[in-house]
Design a protein around this ligand. Structure first.
Ligand code: HEC
Ligand code: HEC
Length: 399
């Protein structure tokens, strides 16, 4: 794809100063975005807010080309697929059952910790903490992501070690530092509840309480927790072109071009579903987290973490796998190209020494540009959704 739009536009912006490069034929090495467009914009002056608004008010297929490096697969931003509510009673009952199980602390070893303890609807389904408190108030090592849109992710957890919501839930149930329980005990607790068994009967056709059914009900509930189209960005995409401010549209353009974010944060969820090292592994230090390497044992995966979705991101501070950053800090770090770890004495030939992603470059964003990128991220904020915790069935009253 070439850059059908940006070059003429930036030339237009620079018409008064007649920039030579505007007349020159375009050369694009990047397969899916206008690699040269940014340079042209930089020499020719940036497009004005009203030009950007006009350009982004077109269908996404006609948007200015994104600045994407060779070898990167870019998917255009867009609306999140809506959850299709089941029409049958069993499907509806599975969701309601999953909701009860998600909110039920009695599924944990202590009887005190529910999925909802760390994925709180009032906190956009995260927990607002740097890293979560686990079993017996142990401070866990990673920040709790939101479960919103998690059903649409091919790999879960910061290191991608689970590939379905069911696997993911079982790992948390059985983790000694988290829900501190085991499959047999969970099944037993639920099976001893008359109320739960009645719900299993409607949801699954008979009242057998099995672990796969428990996990699939929880997954069915999580599947309903999706972006709902209420963000300014989604309204804009849906045709309400007054929904985004000029600053947010400028930020969207920067996000896709000069700021290079769309190399990794792309598609409707603003993630490539892949793993990258941003230089945050704290390799060889107290806070060390080797990320994806722990799952694959590939030296090239040391320090890589899953690209998180940025939907509703302003509601889920603090950020990154370690929860150590606020949004301004994150944008400042990207602008500086992220920190580069230096090999210390003894690490010269260390095959595990992490390598920062080559997609990160020093951006030198101006103050206004950083503010615009943040304004775009703010435009992804969705309306607050409160969820009353469901009434939980009594335990120990079955047969
Ligand atoms: C003690 C706090 C805590 C509890 C309880 C908890 N989680 Fe989590 N959850 C986390 C943390 C922390 C992570 C990230 C861990 C990691 O990546 O290693 C996570 C990750 C997830 C993810 C992956 C999201 C993504 O973007 O990859 C999902 C889905 C999820 N949890 C659902 C659940 C469900 C379902 C339960 C109940 C069975 C549950 N959680 C219980 C803290 C918790
Ligand atoms: C090389 C791929 C890559 C690029 C380019 C990139 N990101 Fe990221 N982003 C990631 C990964 C991977 C993480 C998680 C890293 C971690 O936790 O160690 C992340 C995390 C984030 C977070 C934290 C989200 C959360 O829930 O914790 C924000 C916000 C963010 N990126 C915004 C941006 C913006 C804005 C840009 C452009 C200025 C950008 N990213 C460019 C890959 C990238």
């Amino acid at each position: 794809m070439s850059t059908p739009w940006l070059r003429p536009l930036s030339c237009l912006a620079a018409a008064a100063v007649a920039v030579a490069s505007c007349a020159a034929p375009e050369s694009t090495s990047a397969p899916q975005g206008g690699g040269t467009a940014v340079e042209v914009a930089a020499t020719a002056g940036s497009p004005s807010a009203s030009e950007l608004r006009a350009a982004y008010s077109k269908p996404t297929a006609e948007w200015p080309a994104a600045t994407i490096d060779d070898g990167v697969t870019f998917v255009e931003l867009g609306l999140v697929e809506k959850h299709v509510a089941p029409k049958d009673d069993a499907g509806k009952a599975r969701i309601e059952l999953g909701k009860a199980l998600f909110f039920d602390p009695r599924l944990s070893g202590t009887g005190q910790m529910a999925c909802a303890s760390c994925h709180d609807a009032d906190l956009a389904w995260a927990d607002g903490r740097t890293t979560s408190f686990g079993h017996a108030f142990k401070q866990l090592r990673r920040n709790a992501p939101s479960i919103q849109n998690a059903a649409l992710l091919p790999r879960l957890f910061w290191d991608g070690r689970a590939s379905s919501l069911e696997d993911q839930a079982l790992m948390v149930f059985e983790n000694a530092d988290e829900m501190h329980n085991n499959a047999a005990a969970i099944q037993q607790v639920v099976a001893q509840s008359k109320g739960y068994r009645e719900r299993f009967a409607v949801a699954f056709g008979d009242d057998a309480v099995t672990l796969p059914r428990i996990l699939s009900a929880i997954a069915a509930f999580e599947d309903t927790v999706r972006s709902d189209g209420s963000s300014a960005f989604d309204k804009f995409l849906a045709g309400d072109h007054a929904a985004m401010s000029d600053e947010a549209i400028t930020g969207l353009h920067l996000f896709r071009t000069k700021a290079r974010c769309a190399n990794c944060h792309n598609g409707p969820l603003l993630t490539d579903h892949s793993f990258h090292d941003l230089g945050l592994s704290y390799y060889g230090r107290e806070l060390e987290d080797l990320g994806r390497y722990r799952v694959t044992n590939e030296p090239s995966d040391v320090g890589k973490f899953k690209t998180p979705s940025l939907r509703n991101v302003t509601r889920t501070a603090p950020y990154m796998h370690n929860g150590l950053f606020d949004l301004e800090g994150v944008v400042n770090m990207y602008s500086a190209g992220m920190a580069t770890l230096r090999r210390k004495a003894g690490q010269e030939n260390d095959p595990l020494f992490p390598t920062k992603s080559p997609l990160l470059k020093k951006l030198d964003l101006t103050k206004d540009e950083k503010r615009a990128v943040i304004a775009f991220l703010e435009s992804l904020e969705e309306r607050r959704r409160r969820m009353r915790p469901p009434e939980l069935p009594a335990l120990g009253d079955a047969r």
